[in-house]
Design a protein around this ligand. Structure first.
Ligand code: HIF
Length: 293
């Protein structure tokens, strides 16, 4: 079969200000609806939507990924791995209605970039140009990761997304945000104390907490700490594997180095499978704080 090619569409009528306006709308809505999920807010679930809409990518045939915005189709949104993301999609609905010139793939990924930055995370450079593809392009269910696994699985999974060990570890630091919910995944609890701010806390906790593997009320195994934090098996794998462990230690000791690696890896995750023509613009958005909003 001919390789799948997804070329970013350049829209000369739209400039950074148009996208910054959407960024601001999302950021203001995150700020306003701060009571969501026990006052964690919508940031973490927006990050999860952005990554799940991208994480279907398969490098072997360049299929899936964020380009086609196919999360909007029932076939993809009803994948059990996507349980709970309806809340993020509903959050973005009115934004899409107001700015209906943006593609779904661009909106999902912009939402994630906005959420990371508004949580005081690193600046994530972002490029527009994803194009809504028809339902027939929706990848089959089952491409998103299963948390009941160790380091070999994690390494293989991230390889499908073109990620090396350093990129995989950096990405996993995003689990500083949000929490697991029985009703969505069969796991329960947060990874740390500050579930709506983006820091290197995930790595610090992974190294310093007293973890105990326990069977939870849904019958799944997770690592729990006396402080009430949790780790998935796929998270804990990062201190079981010597190559991963070295990088975990680096990021626990050096937040700037984590931020730098996260920014490039997360941009790569959101852009997997997209060809950007010469001259394609790349934007770095200002936070609301930086605009005194
Ligand atoms: Fe997650 N992730 N993730 N994840 N994730 C959950 C929640 C979040 C995996 C499993 C889970 C990444 C990789 C992996 C976020 C962001 C990212 C949940 C809980 C599970 C089970 C869902 C629920 O119960 O509501 C696995 C197995 C991964 C690969 C090994 C990424 C790197 C860390 C790519 C990433 O960015 C975020 C944010 C959440 C929190 C969502 C919330 O509603 O609070």
């Amino acid at each position: 079969a001919a390789p799948i090619v997804h070329i970013a569409a350049l829209n000369k009528d739209r400039k950074i200000d148009d996208y910054q306006r959407i960024y601001n709308k999302i950021a203001e809505k995150i700020r306003e609806e701060d009571e969501y999920d026990g006052y964690i807010g919508y940031g973490p679930i927006l990050v999860r939507l952005g990554w799940h809409s991208s994480g279907t990518y398969d490098k072997t045939n360049n299929s899936g990924g964020s380009y086609g915005g196919t999360y909007r189709f029932k076939l993809e949104s009803s994948d059990p791995s996507n349980n709970g993301l309806q809340n993020a999609a509903k959050f973005l609905d009115p934004i899409y209605k107001e700015f209906n010139w943006i593609s779904h793939g661009d909106l999902y990924t912009l939402g994630a970039v906005c959420a990371v930055q508004e949580a005081q995370g690193p600046k994530i450079p972002w490029r527009p140009g994803r194009v809504d593809l028809p339902e027939t392009e929706t990848p089959a269910n089952g491409r998103l990761p299963d948390a009941n696994n160790g380091a070999d699985y994690v390494r293989n999974f991230y390889a499908r997304l073109r990620m090396n060990d350093r990129e995989a570890v950096a990405l996993t630091g995003a689990h500083c945000l949000g929490r697991t919910h029985y009703k969505n995944s069969g796991f329960d609890g947060p990874w740390g104390a500050a579930s709506n701010s983006f820091t290197n806390e995930f790595f610090v906790n992974l190294l310093n907490e007293q973890w105990k593997l326990e069977k939870n009320k849904s019958g799944n195994y997770q690592y729990d700490s006396p402080k009430g934090y949790m780790m998935l098996k796929t998270d804990y794998a990062l201190i079981q594997d010597p190559s991963y462990l070295k990088i975990v230690k680096e990021f626990a000791n050096d937040e700037a180095s984590f931020f730098k690696e996260f920014a490039s890896s997360f941009q790569k995750l959101l852009e997997n499978g997209i060809d950007y023509p010469k001259g394609a613009p790349q934007y770095i958005f200002k936070t609301l704080d930086e605009q005194d909003i």
